[in-house]
Design a protein around this ligand. Structure first.
Ligand SMILES: O=C(CO)COP(=O)(O)O
Ligand SMILES: O=C[C@H](O)COP(=O)(O)O
Ligand SMILES: [Zn+2]
Ligand SMILES: [Zn+2]
Length: 344
């Protein structure tokens, strides 16, 4: 068993100058694809489940899967993280089900759609930090609202995100406020907003500094050199995957994601956790479409899920290599939650 907390993992990443991709999973195949990539590259992993994933897979089944991964891959430290928790109960039940890390996303109100004010966000996040740290579990908070600097709109693609038009003051995390937020809440990692959004449709062109504001991260890192920063909406939306999907009956409109080089720039400025879901969704869909198109008589799910896992594993391996995660699993000795509870 090698479950690890987010805090211990990101402390290690900071010490050695790398970042850890946090991959969303909803089922066994996505989990196995990540674990295989981690094994092949000697990388520690962050598996994260959204509220939607927990409802889809069933909390108990998910907990069983994670336990299975940890036993089947005993050399890989696994951090099990709640993505975008919306209230205290969501975070508490994740902890009950064996998560070693939770995100309390107080940038939005409990409905996951209405932008919240500073007092609400810092209040609820501090409350979750007190509860989670007592259990040894780590906490990620978020300041600033994810959304597009091109349109001012939050992302609703996955049913979570601001629904009203946002101003630049909301779409870009204020570095001075970030400093205050970390002091007020005691979070272990801070997600910041700088123009990324969830899903495949992030940018209508190759992003430059006007629509992907990496300088905001650099300024926050200058003020908070010891805080682990998190980039959400960080899929790169690879053109080759878009093409495979579209060549086999799919319909992905022209779109751009976050270039890996921009993420690497972030990693030089304190980014330690990089959230990726869409790229893996695209990889699995591309492989499934291609397999079924090439042999329409096929109906054994294993025949298309195996190539789907393989294509997802390739994406994960590429990110482990690009973010410098590769080679670090064997250098980490995960601490038990009780030891972490004393350390926060
Ligand atoms: O931020 C994410 C999950 O919290 C996922 O982002 P993508 O949609 O860019 O993969
Ligand atoms: O929140 C972002 C992730 O892409 C998870 O999406 P989801 O809520 O559809 O599971
Ligand atoms: Zn989301
Ligand atoms: Zn996110």
């Amino acid at each position: 068993m090698a479950m690890i907390t987010l805090r211990q993992l990101l402390d290690h990443a900071a010490e050695h100058g790398y970042a850890v991709p946090a991959f969303n999973i909803n089922n066994m195949e996505q989990g196995l694809a990540v674990m295989t990539a981690a094994q092949d590259t000697d990388s520690p992993v962050i598996l994260q489940a959204s509220r939607g994933a927990r409802a889809y897979a069933n909390d108990l089944v998910l907990a069983g899967l994670i336990g299975g991964f940890a036993r089947a891959f005993p050399d890989i430290p696994v951090c099990m993280h709640l993505d975008h928790g919306n209230n205290l109960a969501t975070c508490a039940t994740a902890i009950q089900n064996g998560f070693t890390s939770v995100m309390m996303d107080g940038s939005l109100r409990e409905d996951g759609a209405t932008p919240a004010d500073y007092a609400y966000n810092s209040g609820i996040t501090a409350e979750v930090v007190r509860m989670a740290h007592a259990c040894g579990v780590s906490v990620e908070g978020e300041l600033g609202v994810l959304g597009s600097l091109e349109t001012g709109m939050g992302d609703q693609e996955d049913g979570h995100g601001a629904t009203e038009k946002l101003g630049e003051d909301q779409l870009l995390t204020d570095p001075a406020e970030a400093e205050r937020f970390v002091t007020d809440t005691g979070v272990d990692a801070l997600a910041v907003a700088m123009g990324t959004s969830h899903g495949a449709y992030k940018f209508t062109r190759q992003p430059d500094g006007d629509i992907l504001a990496m300088h905001v991260i650099e300024e926050i890192h200058r003020r908070l050199p010891n805080t682990h920063l998190v980039m959400h909406g960080s899929s790169s939306v690879p053109e080759d995957l878009q093409r495979i999907i579209n060549d086999h009956g799919g319909d992905i409109r022209p779109t751009w994601g976050v270039p890996v080089a921009e993420i690497q720039r972030g990693i030089r400025s304190g980014v330690r956790k990089v959230n990726i879901d869409t790229d893996n969704r695209l990889a699995m869909t591309a492989a499934i479409r291609k397999t079924l198109a090439e042999d329409p008589s096929e109906f054994d799910p294993r025949k298309y899920l195996k190539p789907a896992m393989a294509m997802m594993t390739e994406v994960c391996k590429a990110r482990f290599e690009a973010f410098g995660t590769a080679g670090h699993a064997s250098g980490i000795r995960p601490l038990p939650l009780a030891a972490m509870a004393r350390r926060y």
